[in-house]
Design a protein around this ligand. Structure first.
Ligand SMILES: C[S@@+](CC[C@H](N)C(=O)[O-])C[C@H]1O[C@@H](n2cnc3c(N)ncnc32)[C@H](O)[C@@H]1O
Length: 396
């Protein structure tokens, strides 16, 4: 069903497959899915995000809310403005994609006359950072000169807002299966023919390989199972991201006062690990087709897993942050007046275009329900309009 790779994509796939095989052999013949995903997405010069494919937008593999419409970013900017008026300081965006959200947020904040002292971007992909530079070079100078790129989190305590749209789902995750005799970790092995491969040109193929879960995974799975209303059936397969806690911990340690706003597709734990979601949430995206085979199209397709927002909330509390809001994307955008932004548009044709984009952001069968917004705050005692219409925190 997937379209064939172009010759350039095929050669990229083969080079990453060789790199993965090398890592797998060095590790003794089995790689955790987390390490596989890390290399497939971020191996220097070869991973999906590290290398040069288009990735986001109509000519790429998937679209995100900021790519669907600037209405999304304008609402984010309105929420940022309310915070910046109290905290002053800056905005730090994690994983800024094409830079479209940064451009739209700065433009809206300029219109509201609440510009941050600077708009910092922390981006792990050199390729995307270059695309961001090219896009943001077109901003008016007064906005452009506020944008800086960071190599790591700032050492100075941050006052203001941190933004991360669809970053948590791109953190490498572990995979597990509940078997009758306990938890097994699903990792990656070479398929039999590839393991016996004798010539350099023979194809390298990977497949799933299960081993007994190590202590960190078994402990995390036990915690999940203990909190669920019913046991998971034998054969139940899912994902778990152990990198969420250190990531939120590091962001929390950096945030002196203000808001960390996360947006991602995800669920509270009891819905995430629902018995009916028996094959997990792992998805791959290639040329706008979603599928669940991470072992094809290496380096030219995205690999993601949904976010367990209960895990995010636990990590935030451990980092001394307050979980000050949790809502669907639709409720967040409506709370910030997205419909007013549509009706305010001058010309009919513009209003019709924006109404179509708003539908895509808001409708439950599109992005409105699956995507959630979470507000994590420190030292911020102000109402957050994005979370005024809905409070899903009791589900966490
Ligand atoms: C799915 S894209 C989302 C891009 C953009 N935020 C958007 O919504 O269009 C994931 C982004 O996160 C970046 N990324 C992944 N892990 C990261 C990390 N630990 N810190 C910062 N950025 C990261 C990727 O390079 C990429 O820019």
């Amino acid at each position: 069903m997937l379209p064939p790779l172009t010759p350039e994509e095929q050669s990229h796939h083969l080079r990453l497959a060789a790199r993965l095989r090398e890592a797998l052999v060095a590790a003794g013949g089995w790689l955790s899915f987390e390490r596989f995903m890390e290399l497939a997405l971020y191996a220097p010069g070869l991973g999906y995000y590290s290398a040069g494919s288009v990735k986001l937008g109509a000519g790429g593999d998937f679209v995100t809310a900021p790519e669907v419409s600037d209405l999304f970013s304008r609402c984010i900017a309105r929420q940022c403005a309310a915070v910046l008026m109290h905290t002053g300081g800056e905005i730090l965006e994690l994983g800024a994609g094409t830079g479209r959200m940064a451009a739209a947020v700065l433009t809206e904040l300029a219109a509201q006359r609440v510009l941050p002292a600077r708009y910092a971007i922390l981006e792990v992909s050199a390729d995307l950072a270059q695309r961001q530079r090219e896009r943001l070079a077109h901003l008016p100078q007064a906005l452009r000169e506020r944008v800086v790129w960071l190599e790591r989190l700032p050492e100075q305590p941050l006052h203001g807002v941190m933004l991360a749209n669809e970053v948590a789902d791109a953190l490498p995750c572990r995979r597990f299966r509940c078997d009758a005799d306990g938890i097994r970790e699903l990792g990656v092995v070479l398929d039999a023919l590839s393991a016996e491969r004798t010539t350099a040109s023979a194809p390298i193929r990977f497949r799933e390989g299960a081993v007994a879960a190590d202590a960190s995974l078994a402990g995390a799975c036990d915690e999940i199972l203990a909190g669920l209303p019913e046991p998971l059936p034998a054969g139940y397969t899912s994902e778990l991201c152990l990198r969420i806690a250190p990531w939120i911990g590091a962001l929390g340690a950096c945030l002196a006062r203000g808001l960390l706003l996360l947006c991602d597709y995800g669920l509270p734990r009891r819905h995430y690990y629902h018995p009916q979601r028996a094959t997990g949430t792992l998805r791959c995206h290639y040329k706008h087709l979603a599928h669940d085979d991470p072992y094809v199209n290496l380096g030219v397709q995205d690999i993601t897993a949904w976010v367990d927002f209960s895990r995010v909330a636990e990590a935030a509390l451990a980092a001394g942050l307050e979980v000050s809001g949790f809502a669907t994307q639709a409720a967040f955008l409506l709370g910030l007046g997205v419909e007013v932004l549509v009706t305010e548009a001058g010309a009919d044709i513009e209003r019709i275009r924006l109404a179509g984009e708003a539908r895509r952001l808001l409708m439950p069968e599109e992005m409105g329900e699956a995507f959630k917004m979470m507000a994590l705050a420190r030292g911020l005692d102000i109402p957050l309009a994005g979370f005024a219409l809905q409070d899903l925190r009791h589900l966490l």
